[in-house]
Design a protein around this ligand. Structure first.
Ligand SMILES: *Cc1c(COP(=O)(O)O)cnc(C)c1O
Length: 407
């Protein structure tokens, strides 16, 4: 143990607000008590607000996000179904791998890492699929490995232009609660999330939002996949009464209650704006260091995570290791194709300007230590400049719920 806890700037798990941590510190409770539904039923409703869904429901599984990926596939598709997917980073890659292992026939768009969902290709493929062989279209909203955000509204447009009935499946694990997710407006049918990123909780909940269309599809589907632990039907039967088909992770759900309260108090739109500002500060620093983001164009820039290339001849893993050991700062490593080439700064969840400044300060020292030619203070200075110019808090008063200017 050390007196100062490690500074966590990885894109999940993220920092847990004190109120959330305290809310989870309670004696074990009876998950079949007659009082339990009073606690659980409002949580399902409040989660729907975070996903901005019109109809449908949200499932909470005791799993990580990967379990929610599996549930989405298993409950809405059949073995041998054709689906459209794209791969441009470690997380979109893993979802493709899962789909193939579960018996789906994947039409794959293999894209350059640093780009995102290829809208024109999707539009083209969907327009040509007159027989509607494609049963679902997959999109990773925020590719955490490369710091790329894709245009989900654009995927909806491609589907609508082709008058295509396929389901729209979105991975929102590192976006929901931090970036705008409009399930209803964008016609998203399954949106996958997890507890340890935008929801600011420990790992352990797979959170899956499902549209009414996908729920109906689930009922009517032929040649369905076997399902048990992640079954929608089993969940629905018990969830409707405020219970679960097996022991829920009650402590985590207590934490989720607290996190949903914090999200409501700050307001989703304020939270998105905060993430955007913090990301802009990070990008100002990257610019000032003379380094490049992995995301190839501004339209791909992620407001929750930045993957940053180190110069040729430098090993990014060494930068991450140096930051960890020498400065007590945890950064994200480069995964798979970008291993050794990028390091990542996670800037999502419970975070503000000073914390981001600390991350940049640590990065600056670690970069210099590893032989990257940067001017000390250049990145932190650029971020500070940006943050002070765009400050959102009042200099003389404080709104306790948000820490922001009272409206
Ligand atoms: C973290 C992450 C996952 C995996 O979630 P786990 O909770 O680790 O199972 C999937 N997709 C994206 C985009 C992620 O960031």
């Amino acid at each position: 143990m050390q007196i100062v806890q490690p500074h966590l700037f990885i894109p999940g798990p993220t920092n847990i607000p004190e109120a959330v941590r305290m809310a989870m510190n309670l004696p074990m409770e009876d998950m079949r008590s007659p009082e339990f539904p009073k606690f659980t039923l409002p949580i399902f409703e409040d989660l729907k607000k975070v996903f901005k869904m019109k109809d449908g429901r949200v499932f909470i599984f005791p799993s990580s996000g990967t379990g929610a990926w599996e549930s989405a596939i298993q409950n809405t598709l059949a073995i041998g179904d054709t689906v459209l997917m794209s791969r441009f980073g470690q997380f979109s890659l893993l979802w493709v791998d899962m789909a193939e292992r579960m018996g789906l026939k994947v039409i794959l768009c293999d894209e350059e890492w640093g780009t995102g969902v290829p809208l024109e290709k999707y539009a083209d493929i969907l327009a040509k699929d007159k027989a509607h062989e494609i049963k679902a279209v997959f999109a990773t909203h925020n590719e955490t490995a490369t710091g790329v955000t894709s245009d989900i509204a654009g995927v909806r447009k491609a589907l609508d232009a082709a008058k295509h009935p396929a389901l729209l499946m979105v991975d929102g694990v590192s976006s929901v609660g931090s970036l705008d997710m409009r399930m209803g407006e964008w016609g998203v049918d399954c949106c996958v999330s997890g507890s340890q990123k935008g929801f600011m909780l420990p790992t352990g909940l797979g959170i899956l939002a499902v549209s009414q269309k996908a729920l109906d599809h689930n009922k009517n589907q032929n040649g369905r996949m076997n399902r048990c632990f992640f079954s929608f039907e089993d969940m629905i039967k018990t969830n409707d009464l405020g219970y679960f088909p097996y022991t829920p992770a009650t402590q985590l759900i207590r934490g989720l209650r607290a996190s949903l309260d914090l999200i409501a108090a700050e307001g989703l739109e304020n939270i998105f704006a905060r993430h955007h500002r913090l990301a802009m500060g990070v990008r100002a620093a990257v610019d000032a260091w003379g380094l490049k983001l992995c995301a190839k164009e501004a339209k791909w820039h992620s407001d929750t995570v930045s993957a940053i290339f180190v110069p040729e001849g430098i090993d990014s893993a060494n930068v991450v290791k140096t930051a960890y050991y020498r400065y007590n700062v945890s950064l994200g490593v480069g995964l798979n194709k970008v291993m050794g080439k990028v390091f990542r700064i996670g800037h999502l969840g419970a975070l503000d300007e000073v914390m981001v400044g600390g991350a940049l300060f640590g990065v600056e020292m670690a970069l210099k230590d590893c032989g990257v030619q940067i001017r000390m203070g250049s990145g932190t200075g650029a971020a500070a400049e940006y943050f002070s110019k765009t400050a959102t808090r009042s200099a003389t008063s404080r709104d306790e719920a948000t820490g922001r200017k009272a409206a």
